[in-house]
Design a protein around this ligand. Structure first.
Ligand code: ATP
Ligand code: MG
Length: 275
């Protein structure tokens, strides 16, 4: 997982989110939010619509700058680093709305992920033809392995635009796998996924966590998925972190229940299953 076989230090926060705030005009989207994502966990980030979850992800992944606060990744302050720099440090994220290249095949969608290939530069590729070829072979091999892991080999040559919503979510997960990340942020992986594919998606996430050591932070409204996969669970409401703990702790927390009942635009009590 970590390059160079460096000894792993356990029980250390892989990521610390410290006092993050972000306003859009008069809207305080994230309000002094702090929590930690421990190495090896599948941490959930839940909360009613508009709680600030996606905004916080965007800050953590370098797509937005916070007004205040810090993001610490593996002990280093990475606040405000652009996405490609965070990518190089092992952080990947997916989007609430999948962003596949519709007119490219699944295989090609995966092959365009890794950064810094010498093939990106036409002149270099002219002079370093042999090297580009071997790199491409390597990337193609990796993409095939990812498709195999996700059970998508049979649609490898299909245009991404022809995939179902659930298959696009799997492709998103596959894109994160191309760089063997340490930590992956998934924004609503379950949204719009049919129940059968949902079981598979959950299983794939668990396998990546258990077999490959990925640390995950997952935003989702599907409480069955969250209960099945995640520990701990962090609850946000109105930009702030309200509570964190096990699903049992969360369900008993009166502030959490109040936030879900009164706060969000489509509030759902965590004990309910959502589709
Ligand atoms: N670019 C933006 N400009 C203005 N307001 C924004 C912007 N992005 C988010 N907001 C506002 O910030 C608040 C938090 O939004 P955010 O998308 O982070 O919530 P969320 O918890 O991800 O909600 P959902 O569960 O619906 O995805 C909302 O009031 C939203 O309208
Ligand atoms: Mg969101």
């Amino acid at each position: 997982m970590t390059a160079g076989g460096v000894a792993q230090v356990d029980n250390v926060a892989m990521m610390s989110i410290r006092g993050i705030s972000k306003s859009f005009g008069g809207i305080r989207a994230v309000n002094n939010a702090s929590f930690e994502i421990d190495k090896g966990t599948i941490t959930a980030l839940i909360g009613p619509n508009g709680a600030g979850k996606t905004t916080l992800f965007n800050i953590v992944a370098g797509f937005l700058r916070p007004d205040a606060g810090q993001v610490i990744l593996n002990g280093q302050d990475v606040t405000g680093l652009p996405p490609h720099r965070l990518f190089a440090r092992g952080l990947m994220r997916t989007f609430q709305i999948p962003a596949a290249f519709e007119r490219m095949t699944l295989l090609d969608n995966l092959m365009v992920v890794p950064a810094g290939q010498s093939g990106e530069n036409v002149l270099r590729s002219w002079f370093l033809w042999g090297r580009v070829t071997s790199e491409e072979v390597h990337v193609r091999q990796k993409a095939k392995e990812v498709l195999d892991f996700l059970g998508l080999t049979h649609v490898a040559g299909e245009y991404a635009g022809n995939l179902s919503g659930g298959q696009k979510k799997l492709l998103e997960l596959g894109r994160t796998m191309m760089s063997d990340p340490d930590i992956v942020l998934l924004d609503e992986p379950g949204a719009g996924v049919n129940p059968t594919l949902m079981v598979k998606l959950a299983d794939d996430i668990r396998r990546l966590n258990e077999e490959r050591g990925y640390t995950f932070c997952i935003i989702d409204h599907d409480m069955d998925l969250v209960a099945k996969l995640c520990h701990p669970i962090v609850v946000m409401a109105e930009g702030a972190v309200l509570a964190q703990g096990s699903m049992e702790d969360i369900r008993k927390n009166q502030e959490v229940l109040d936030a879900y009942l009164g706060g969000g635009r489509s509030a759902r009590i965590p004990a309910e299953s959502a589709t």
